[in-house]
Design a protein around this ligand. Sequence first.
Ligand code: ADP
Ligand code: MG
Length: 853
Amino acid sequence: EPAETQSSKADAVEPVKQPAVFMNLNRLAEVQAARLKLPILAEEQVIMEAISENLVTVIVGATGSGKTTQIPQFLYETGYTSNGKMIGITEPRRVAAISMSQRVAHEMNLSSREVSYQIRFEGNSTSDTKIKFMTDGVLLKEIQLDPTLKKYSVIVIDEAHERSVFSDILIGILSRIIPRRQAKGKPLKLIIMSATLKVEDFTENVRLFKEPKPPVIKVDARMFDVTIHYNKRTAEDYLGEAYKKACKIHRQLPEGGILIFLTGQQEVNTLVRKLRATFPVHSSSKDEMRKEVSGFRKKKLEIKAKRKADKESPVKKIVLPEVKLENFSSALPDDAEGDFAEDVADLEDRGAVDHGDSDLDLDEEEYDIIAGKKRFGEQGEPEQPLWVLPLFSMLPPEKQQMVFRPPPEGTRLCVVATNVAETSLTIPSIKYVVDCGKVKEKVYDKVTGVSMFHVTWTSQASANQRAGRAGRTAPGHCYRLYSSAIFNDEFLKFSRAEIQRRPIDDLVLVMKAMNLPVVNFPFPTPPEYLQICHGIKRLLTLGALEELPDPAAGSLPKYKKIKTQKAKDLSRITSLGKAMAAFPLAPRYGKMLALSHQHSLLPYTVALVAALTVPEVLIETPLDLKENVNDVRKRWRTLRMSWAGTGNSRRLGDVMVLLRAVGAAEYEGGARDWCENNGLRHKGITEIRKLRRQLTNEINLIIPSCDLILDPHMAPPTDDQARLLRQIVLAGSVDHVARRVDDCELKTPEDKVKWRHAYRTQEMEEPVFMPTSSIGRIDMPQWVVYQDVYETHKMFMRNVTVIEPEWLAVFAPNLCTFSPPLESPEPRYDADRDKIVCHRTAKFGPASWEIPE
Ligand code: ADP
Ligand code: MG
C-alpha cells in the first residue's frame, strides 16, 4: 500500500503532523479503468513522496496527463484532509473551476458537498468540503480574511504556465505564508502545476522560495508523434483557410477528430455554422430543418423583392438573425441561461462579442450554403456528416461538456475552439489539429490603460501545445495555416505573463489593502515599475490611496515623474480605498458601491454595476430582416416604458438608460418577447438579475450592518436620486471625464477635421468620439464620463453618463485648478452640511465656473 511507505518516509523528514490516514474511495469501475490509462498514475508514488518531503513542489505534465483531476485525489487518499483541513486548487478560469470540481467529484464518487467549487459570488462549498476548486481571485480574497490560510493543508496552483496575474501574486504571497506556517508547526504545502517546462520563474527566483529549490517532477505523457505540416504561404484570411483545410481533412483523410484553433467566439460561431451547413448531420429532425430552410428561401425571395423595389438604398449585404441560425443547426441543446461574464479570462472572448466586425453579414455564397442548396445535395451526393461543436469560455458548462461525449454514429467529431482548448480542457480522440497560429489578446496602452483587442501571432510554446492535442491517443497531424519561416522568425518563444501586459490598478489596491509592499513584492515576474506608478496614480485620482510626504525629499512624490527603478512607493490606502477593496469588483465599481451605501442608493447602484458588467444589454443589430440598424436603436432610445424612472433618462446618458431598461424589464416580468420588442437582449437581462442577486448577498456579507434586500421591482429613482446616481457614477469615473470640443476652439484646418464632433479627455491626446450606438449621440452633451474607450477606426467612448461640470470640484478636485485666493482651504465635501466648502472658481480645461457655497 503506497500510503504506508509515504507516511513513514514523511515522518522521518518532517516530524510535524504529516497525514497518515489512508482515505478509501469507492470509485466506479469505469472511472477506475479510465484513470489507470492516465500517465500521471504511473508517477503517483514519486509525486506523493516529493510533496511529502518538500513544502513546495512543481509538477510539469503535458495537458491531458491527469494533473488537475488526479493530484487532488492523490492528496485526499494520502490523508491531507484527515486533520479537518481542506485541499484548495486554484484555476485561472471560472469554467475550469466548475467543470473540474464536478469531474473530480464524479471520479471520487463523492458529492458536491465534499468536492466543491467557489467562483466569484458563487459556489457550493459546505462545512463538509474537503476539496475546493476556486478561481485564483477567490483565494486571494480568502487570504485577506485568513492571512495564513488556516483552513488548508495544501494549496495547488493549477495552470501556472498561464501566468495569470492572480496566480502569480498568489505564488508570491504563499512564498511568505509557507515559512510562517512551518514555524508554527502546521506546515502548508504548495503545489505548482504547469503544462510547459518553463518553470524557472518559480524555481530559480531566489526571492520566492529559499533553499532548497522546489523539485520539478515531470510526468511523461504517453504522447504519440504529431506530424507538423506548414502552409507554404501564410494566408491572410485564416478563417477561410481553416474552413478549406477542415473540408479537405474530412473528405480525404481517415477517421479521427478534428480540432480547429481560432481566436474568438465570433470566429468560432461563423466557422461552426459554415461547417454544419456543408456537412449536415442527418437526423430525425430533417423535416424540421427542411421547414427552416424553406423559411430561409422565402426570406431570401423577400429580400430580393425588397431590393428591387427599394432601388434608392439597395441592400448590399444580407443580415441574418443569429437566433434563427442557431435553431437551424439544432445540434446543441436549447440555449441555457449563461453565466454572467466577468472573469478576466473571459474578456478575450468578450472582445469578439463586443466590437468585432459583423460576421453575421454573410456573403451570397455563404447564404446559398445556409439556405440549403448544398445541404440537400442539389449538386450531387450528400457528404459524410461532421459533428461540429464550438468551444469557448463564454459557452455555458453544459455545452462545453458536449465535447467529451462521443459523436453520433457515423459522424466525425470536429471541435472549433478558441485557445481554451489549448490547455485547460482535453478533448479525447483528436487526431487532426488545424492551427491558425493567432491569438486574441487584450492589448493595453501602458499609460492610459485604453484597451484594444488585437489578434497577434501566438508563441511557439502555445503553438506546440496546440499541435500536441493531436497526439493524445494515436499519432496525429497538425496543420499550421502559416509558414515555418513565420513560426521561426515571428513567434515569441513563450507567451508573456499577463502581469506584464495589463494595467494593475485592481492588483495594487488589493495588495495595499493586504498591507503588502507593491514595489518590492516577490512576484514571479515583476511588473514594470511604470505600470505600478500608473496604477497608483489612478488609485490616487479615485481617492483609494493618498500620498505621503517623502521624508527624504521633503515634498510630495510625483508619480508621473518617477522613472528610476529605485523609487519608493509613498502612498497609503485610505478608508475609502479599504471599502473599495472589500468588493470583488474593479476599483471604480467598488467606489460607486461604497458611496451609494452612504446615500442609501445601493439597490440602484447594484443594478447599475450589474448592468455595466454584462455585455450588450441593448440590442444594436436588428433581429428582423425588415428592420435596419437605426430602427432598432430608435426602439430602445425612445422606449416608452412603464417603469418611468429617471425622468428623461435619455438626456442623462447610456448608464441611466441601462438602469431604466433593467427596472422596466423587471417591472414587466422580463419575458423574452417583451425584451426583444423593446430592444433588450433577454439573456443580458437574466444575467443582470442573477448578478444583482449575487452582489446583494455579497454586500450583506461585506457590510454586516447592511440588510440589503433584492427587490426586483424596485421603485424608479426620484429625480434627486437620479442626480445623485450620476454623481456616484462620476465619483467612480473621475479619471474618465470628457468634454466636447467646440468648433471655435479649433484653429487649424487639420484640427477642424480631426476634432469635429470630438471629445477631449485627460487620459489621451487623441480625440475620442461618441459612438452611434450611444444615447449621447442625440444631444452631444458637453460634459460626460465614460466607462471605457475602445478603438476601431477611431476611439469611441462606451457607456457615457452626462455630468455637470460643477460636480468636478467636489469629486475630482485633483483634476481642477482653482483660482486664487490660494490661502482658502482645498475644496472639500462636507458630509455634515452636505455641501462643498470652498469659494472659488474652478477650471478644468478651458472651462471655468464659480463653485457654489
Ligand atoms: P491535465 O490537468 O493534466 O491537463 P486532466 O486531469 O484535466 O489533465 O484530464 C485528464 C483526463 O480526464 C483527460 O483525458 C480528459 O479528457 C479527461 N476528462 C477531464 N474532464 C472530463 C470530463 N468532464 N468528462 C470526461 N473526461 C474528462
Ligand atoms: Mg489541467
